[in-house]
Design a binder for this molecule. Structure first.
Ligand code: PXP
Length: 239
């Protein structure tokens, strides 16, 4: 069964909009896991627009939580990751002006730095992942750089599905990538822009091990409650 990682960044977005303490991402992490999430994803952005250092500290300190920390590719963020020791770290591209993580890493351009950072994280026994656009070359390079997992960016597929446009080419691309990644012994994750419909479509790809979903879960919980939203996703992933 595909695992469900829940990204709780936007709980922090709501909290920060008032500059106070509510809603608390730490409490959100506990609740999300209690209702069936397999892991909690938090992205510590360099501009700290949602999750902040004290959230990472508190969430990672609770060893009952399985934490996937997303960070940009630089040594300052790496040292924060090493300090708080999450279970997993996913390296992502970051641009200050973007609204969200708009594309995957340019793995061929950043080979040297990525290899070094992955080596340090692997040595620290933190599971490593690279957030990449779904191309065979990106997967091949991710393996060469010694990442343990790849997370395939599903933003394009999600957009096509939401706009009710033809998505089979993009889906086939993701399928091909997932099969190739599994063949060369990389764990395959998928995420970005996903909702019930895309989760259902992508769950037909048996090589995918994990989904990471955030914005839709936080938004949908406003209408139906976090417990029922997670339950619905788990039901889709069980099929
Ligand atoms: N995976 C990665 C690597 C991300 O950076 C994000 C959020 O930007 C997500 C998954 C979740 O995307 P969304 O919030 O659109 O579900």
């Amino acid at each position: 069964m595909i695992k469900l990682g829940v990204n709780i960044d936007h709980v922090a977005t709501i909290r920060n909009s008032r500059g106070e303490f509510h809603p608390d991402p730490f409490l959100a992490a506990k609740v999300v896991q209690k209702y069936g999430a397999d892991s909690i994803t938090i992205h510590l952005r360099e501009d700290r627009r949602h999750i902040i250092d004290s959230d990472v500290k508190k969430i990672c300190k609770n060893k009952k939580l399985k934490v996937n920390l997303e960070i940009g590719v630089n040594f300052k963020m790496l040292s924060i990751g090493l300090k708080y020791k999450p279970d997993y770290i996913c390296l992502v591209p970051e641009r200050r002006k973007e609204i969200t993580t708009e594309g995957g890493l340019n793995v061929s351009k950043n080979k040297f730095k990525l290899k070094k950072i992955l080596q340090i994280l692997n040595k620290a026994k933190i599971r490593t992942s690279l957030f990449i656009n779904p191309t065979l070359n990106n997967i091949k390079i991710s393996k060469e750089l010694n990442s343990q997992c790849v997370e395939l960016h599903t933003g394009k597929l999600s957009r096509l599905v939401k706009q009710k446009r033809k998505f089979t080419d993009e889906l086939n691309k993701i399928k091909k990538c997932a099969k190739y990644a599994k063949k060369i012994e990389l764990k395959v994750h998928a995420g970005h822009g996903m909702d019930y419909k895309t989760a259902e479509i992508l769950s037909s790809i048996k090589e995918i091990n994990e989904f990471n979903i955030g914005h839709f879960i936080v938004g949908e919980s406003f209408f139906y409650g976090i417990k029922s939203v997670i339950k619905k996703f788990k039901k889709i992933l069980k099929k």
